[in-house]
Design a binder for this molecule. Structure first.
Ligand code: APR
Length: 235
């Protein structure tokens, strides 16, 4: 472990579960109240924009009332104290990594607290509702949508993520079911490129067998313990 310099961390809904944010595929998860195809596809938005905007307005409001948990805080500590390259790639659209203090974070599935103007292609910080069709602060058009990557759309930052995976000594996946590509394939990309791989998840994910090591339990316990190990080994 002391030889590890370059770390890429992938996080998913499980890292925010202990903050009270529903996972996607867990019991009582988001998709039980809403079918994916009703709220998280470009087709759904074209068919029933009010439903989609109302749904994301509700989520945007809800996440602002949540707080980072021990897993976010530990990752922020690692980001702060790790002297070598480190990247947190999150599939989460909440801002809990940032609110915990992490800086080296990429949101590959977008962010709840951004609105994307389809008229001028500019993204703006957005904490309020979109259902009232507010004007874009940049161009004034009423063409804002949630800046969230829907099924069928291309995730963000793929070039940066693959560049980081190429350099990684260690790839760690935290709180993700391994059900959604391309993120689910990162472990194999990282392995092929020579990185050691570690899974930290409540239960074995769909890709568990691809990892060199898997630890199962709540992120709020596993992640602080792993961060302690890393920083101790690094000295
Ligand atoms: N600690 C660690 N892991 C947990 C915890 C916890 N407290 N609670 C749940 N988990 C695990 C679950 O066991 C599951 O394997 O987190 C994983 C969450 O999986 P999903 O709900 O599928 O979420 P995620 O993998 O982030 O989904 C990927 O799918 O719907 C899309 O765009 C959406 O970004 C999302 C993507």
């Amino acid at each position: 472990m002391s030889k590890i310099r370059n770390i890429v961390i992938l996080t998913g809904a499980g890292v925010s579960a202990e903050s009270g944010i529903d996972t996607f595929r867990g019991g009582g998860g988001l998709w039980e109240q809403h079918r994916v195809e009703d709220v998280a596809t470009p087709e759904a938005f074209a068919r029933d924009p009010d439903l989609v905007l109302r749904f994301y307005d509700m989520r945007r409001e809800a996440i602002q009332a949540k707080a980072p948990n021990a897993a976010h805080l530990a990752l922020a500590r690692l980001d702060r104290e790790w002297p070598d390259p480190l990247l947190i790639v999150t599939q989460n659209v909440d801002d809990l990594h940032e609110r915990a203090g992490a800086k080296r974070v990429l949101h590959m599935h977008g962010e709840h607290l951004n609105a994307w103007c389809r008229a001028c292609d500019v993204r703006s910080r957005w904490t309020g509702p979109l259902i009232s069709r507010p004007a874009c602060p940049r161009c004034g058009e009423k063409a804002l949508r949630p800046d969230v990557v829907w099924f069928g759309e291309m995730p963000y930052y793929m070039d940066e993520i693959f560049a980081a995976l190429r350099e990684a000594d260690l790839f760690v996946s935290i709180g993700t079911s391994g059900a959604v590509y391309p993120a689910a394939g990162f472990v194999r990309n990282a392995r092929d490129l020579g990185a050691a791989t570690l899974e930290l998840n409540l239960e074995p994910s769909q890709g568990s067998l691809w990892f060199d090591e898997a630890r199962h339990g709540p992120a709020g316990e596993l992640v602080p313990a792993w961060v302690d190990e890393m920083l101790t080994a690094r000295g």
